[in-house]
Design a protein around this ligand. Structure first.
Ligand code: ATP
Length: 192
């Protein structure tokens, strides 16, 4: 994987009338991971969207070196299609291979329409799409939601593998997650 970097300087975020956080800075170099902690509604998803370039900060700058893979509550898979076909859409672009599907326990679900998948199965499917993307910078918004104990361990292993290969992972989660290096920030420290 090519060297990557994610830098944010003096970020502030306002949604509606509310200033969610301010003065937030972070710097992640190749191989590094960071957990963003904080209570519901504090602004974790907003920060992820700012870092992904999907939301404009009130002030501050973001610099990304490397492609971005975003995982959030929307799996970006057609709910009407069987999982295999839905993932196949991405497969034609940059989607997952058979090894990734097996690793995520999805091989037996490929004929099941996406809308019938359980919450945890949808999350695993979204992870398959992310893996296939081979993006350098992972921005994961609550990746553990809906996952069982083995699923949590799997996400931890995938992030460790991604970082070992030189990727970056920023993980917003209110749940404990073991990340390489164990670095974390709490958005409560940046609330206005
Ligand atoms: N488009 C919007 N307009 C106005 N307010 C918004 C908008 N989107 C989100 N908010 C508000 O911004 C705040 C932060 O939302 P955000 O989704 O970033 O929090 P979060 O920390 O990810 O929460 P959770 O842990 O519940 O997912 C919330 O109070 C939410 O209601």
């Amino acid at each position: 994987m090519q060297a990557c970097r994610l830098t944010a300087n003096n970020l502030a975020c306002q949604r509606g009338e509310r200033l969610l956080f301010r003065g937030l800075a972070l710097e992640l170099a190749t191989g590094e991971a960071l957990q963003v902690k904080g209570a519901n509604g504090i602004g974790k998803s907003s920060l992820i969207r700012i870092l992904a370039g999907l939301l404009r900060p009130l002030v501050g700058t973001v610099e990304r070196q490397g492609s971005v893979g975003l995982l959030d509550e929307r799996p970006a898979l057609d709910p009407g299609l069987p999982l295999g076909k839905s993932l196949g859409f991405w497969q034609r672009l940059d989607g997952p291979g058979d090894a990734e599907l097996a690793q995520l326990g999805l091989s037996s679900l490929l004929e099941v329409p996406v809308r019938y998948l359980s919450t945890g199965q949808k999350k695993r499917a979204a992870l398959a799409r992310l893996l296939g993307q081979e993006a350098a910078i992972w921005l994961l918004d609550e990746p553990l939601n809906g996952l069982d104990t083995r699923g949590v361990a799997l996400v931890e292993a995938l992030v460790a593998q991604h970082c070992a290969q030189g990727g970056i992972a920023l993980v917003a989660s209110h749940q404990p997650i073991a990340l390489p290096g164990g670095a974390a920030i709490d958005l409560a420290d940046f609330t206005a």
